[in-house]
Design a protein around this ligand. Structure first.
Ligand SMILES: [Zn+2]
Length: 92
């Protein structure tokens, strides 16, 4: 068994993704690039409401799906320590 790289569902070894949708989402997610300065600005200098607006603006500017962009931003924010990883708390 192998895993779908997007949703992590178990799939047959012969398949790369569980569905066409996951394939599209996966490649769109890879294409999303978040500049470090943008990340810093929205997490250090923006209120929650401003951050939401900035993210929406950023998504429409690049024609990216908002939910995918939000996922990616969360991932990067955890990586750079702007927010805590909710799954990591139980380790240690
Ligand atoms: Zn999938």
């Amino acid at each position: 068994m192998s895993h779908c790289p997007f949703c992590k569902k178990k799939i047959a070894m012969s398949k790369a993704f569980c569905s066409r949708n996951c394939k599209d989402n996966y490649f769109q997610l890879i294409a999303i690039q978040i500049p470090k300065l943008f990340l810093k600005r929205i997490f250090i200098f923006c209120t929650d409401k401003e951050r939401e607006e900035e993210i929406e603006k950023f998504a429409s500017m690049h024609k990216w799906r908002l939910d995918l962009l939000k996922n990616k931003i969360e991932e990067e924010a955890i990586k750079y320590g702007y927010i805590e990883d909710p799954y990591k708390r139980d380790e240690n």
